[in-house]
Every structure is written in structure tokens, then in C-alpha cells.
Ligand binder design. Sequence first.
Ligand code: ZN
Length: 554
Amino acid sequence: MSASLIITNASILTMDRANPRAEAIAISGNRISHLGRHADVMLEKGPHTRIIDAQGGSVLPGIVEGHMHLFAGAAELEHLQLYGTRGFDELKSRLLTYADRNPGDDLIIGEQADYVILSDHEPLSRQHLDRIIGGRPVLLYSPDHHTAWANTIALERAGLLHGRQLGPGNEIVMAADGLATGELRESEAIVPVRSLSRKGMRDRLGLTTGGEPDPFPTASEFESDLRVMKIGLAHAARHGITFIHNMDGNLYTFELLEELQRKGELTARVRVPFHLKNFMDLAMLQKASEMAARYKTDMLCSGFVKMFVDGVIDSGTGVMVDDYSDNPGWKGDPLFSPERFREIAIEADRRGLQIAVHAIGDGAVRMVLDGYEAALRANGRRDSRHRIEHVEVIHPDDIPRFAELGVIASLQPPHPPGNHGLPLEPYLSRIGEARWPCAFAWKALRDAGARVVFGTDWPVSDIDPMWSMQSAMTRPMWKAGLPDNRQSLDQSIRSYTEDGAFAGFMEGKTGVLKTGLLADAVVLPADLEKTDPASFKGIAPIATVCDGRVVFEV
Ligand SMILES: [Zn+2]
């Protein structure tokens, strides 16, 4: 049988250790039928074989995005983008331009507003925003989405101007005058303002609450959500992504993805978790088991539970072992008590589910490792592949525990302060210099044998895996004498392919290029081994192949 597709004239980095290089690859149906020398692969060429000429560029296994938010990312592509904005005047001009162009928006939403968007010293407040736009509600999100800032009219309409009692870890920051400053920390504080707009609303879909849409979307809302999902998938395909570890979702997410699959428009494999929130009881894990049983194909799969145990460092909601350096007496408040988290970990593990927990501070990371260890003791060692998302600060004592417990470190190269144009402050002062060696400790984790997967947390950071690899390979030191955390090209690619596939229980199916495996590949216009790592950003795929189909090409 002749091949349906041949990619040739390429420097193929297969990531298969037994057979690391090839010149050409033949694909038949959804499988790799041959991989090797150009002349041999071309023997599979038939009258209907499509040929992609890589023109000497690299071909990699399809990119596995280890941590992202598909629907939210897609919805945000339409919002005001504030990446790189600095100072009141620039904020003002961008906000006004966007507001003029979007006169019908119930809520003007901005993304990527830095914690230091005005200056290093002056925090953004509702009064600043009122001076720019007073008559229409405005909400600006920080890049990490754990903090947002609203103007006065937005706070009034959401009923937050005079404060409100919220669950642990959430906060409406109040001023001395008894009124809200405009700064909102974590979802319970932000959602009431975000709810002023229904457009692209994750909460309406149940994505931030772990529930399902209520009421169920009408036919036209379903169509509009489908359109958003397609925009997100197209954005991923354009960046070479063929396997998505989505970090939020519910049954409705699967309905949208299944509908796209029926139409032949599903362009990536997607894993979708059950999202467990701190107000849910253990019995809710039954739903996670049902999702796991119902969705287990190579294209759409569940089988894991996503949780948050803390917030982020910048807003002081990350949970630390020792006090914040700039706030003595404060360590952050966990979203679950350690006892409660242990119970959940044991029960989810007992059900055979994988667990993925957002833990940023070293206190949160320790609490999650303790929970995983308790699960291992209670249920015995099994192939659990539990994960910790972000691991921004880690206590040195906990570094070896990743390998010991078989826990996967899910890391985001764009996130360290100084990478991807992120400011160093307030982050570095919050954790304090003594903890700098243990922050984003990629090298120490790898040296201790931890398996590392990479992702961008899109839309928290730009989705581009090439830019992310660049940040991984060129990460600057905050001070001389700190560990050198730069990653090699091989490590960077592997964490984006082979290890990502493993984290999704898809090793032996995808993640490497090998005869007989599923055909997921990305064709790049440059030879990565001959390219300066500082120039990876901007290397845009010329083609992306998922499950044997060309899902993107220029
Ligand atoms: Zn995330």
C-alpha cells in the first residue's frame, strides 16, 4: 500500500533513542508507515501520495502542550491585549482605543496587565481606571489570571464596592476608607465582575466552578461556543500542537469537542480533567470516574482530576513553608487543609485516577507531595503518574521526592520572572533572595531524576512552544552564583514531546516518531540544531500533522 503523506528533505529529530534521526517519513492512514533515508521512504510513494518538502528544516513529533486552557485561551484572543504595556499613558491610550472599537461590550476586558503596569511602586486601583473610563465597566486581568482590577462602576454593579465575605484564599482588597481598591484576588472575587459579560464566559460553562453549564446553552450559544473552541484548536494547530493537556473542563467541554470530531474538525488530541473545587465533597469524584470511563480514546480522553491548592506569589496567595520576605507573619492560606487534601488524594488514587494539582509555593508543593505519599501508602504503588503543576518554589528537602514518588513536574518555561519579558518584581522581593536558588529549580529537579513536562499555561503565557523552548534554553540568572537552569535543546524538545505523551498515558502511541506509531508531527522551516536558541521565537511551523491528517499548513 502506498503512503498517504510523505515528509521529506528534513532533519527529523525522532526523539526515539534507538533511532534518533531520519531524513523522511511516510504516513499511511493515521500511522507512521516508514521512517528513514529519503530513498527508502520514497519507495512508498504512490500516485495519490502527498509530499511535503521540509526544505531542510526540522521535523519533530507533534508538540504535546502539557498545561493549557483551550476554551479560555480562545475566548481571550478577542479581548484587549496588554502584553508589554507600561505606564498610565500607554494603558490609557490602549484602553480607550479598544473601548471605541468595541462599543457594545457589557464589560471591557483586558488581558496580560502586569502587576507593575503603572510602575514598580504604584499599584493599579479603581481610581486609575476611573480616570480612563468611568462610565463603562472595565476588568483587567494579570497574566496569571489570579488577580484582576476593576473600575468603580464594575465593582458597584457586581456588588463588591463595599467588600464581601469570601472563601479562604480569595480577597477583595479593601482601602482604609472602607471601599474596595479595585484589586481582586482569586476567582471568587473576580467572577462577580466577570459575570457582567456573558461572552466567552467560562463560568457560564462551569469551567471555573467544576460544574456544568446551568442553564444548558441554547442552540445558538452552543454554536457560538463551538466557534470559540475551533478558534482555540486552530491556534494550537498553527503552533504545531497535536496533543493538549487541558487544565479545565467538564462534560460540556467534551460535548463541544465530540461535535467537532464528528465534523472532522478536531485537530488535536485533547485530555480534559474533572475539576475538583474545595467546596465539593468526596462523592463528587464519582463524576471523575464516569468521565474517565466514558472518554478514553486516543483523540479524546479524561481520567484525571485537576485541583488548586494555592494561588500565586505575586498576589501573596501562594502558600509558603516560611513567611513571605516582604510580609513577615504571612505564609499564604491553602485552599484545602492538608488533611482534606490527603483524603482526596487517597480517594482519587484509589479510583485509579491521575491527579494534577496547581501548587506554586513551597508549602503548597510539600502539601501535595505529602498527599501523594499518603495515597501511595494507603493504596500501594501503582502507575499513578500524579503531577504537580508549576512548582515555582520548592524546599530543598522536597526535590528528591518527585523521583521517589514518581510525581511528574509540569513546568512552564515562560513563567520565571525575567523570561518572556516578565518583570522581576514584585516576585523576587516576595520570595526573598534566600529562596532564589529554589525558585523554578528546573536543573535541581531534573538532576534528582524528576520527569519534566513543559507547557505554557496559555492564555497565561503565549502558546508558542518555540518561544517557550527559547525561554527554557536561554533563561537568565537573577544573580551570579545561582544554579544555571538553562535547558538543552534535547531536554526542551523531550519535555514537549516524549514526556508529555507519557504524562498523558500515550507513550508507545505518540510523543516520538517511530514506525507503527500514530502520525503526529510538526514541520518547521528551520533546522533547530543550527539555530541560535535566542532566535527560536518566530519559527512558525509550515505544517502540522495530527493522527495522519494535515491539520495546519501555510
Ligand atoms: Zn493553568
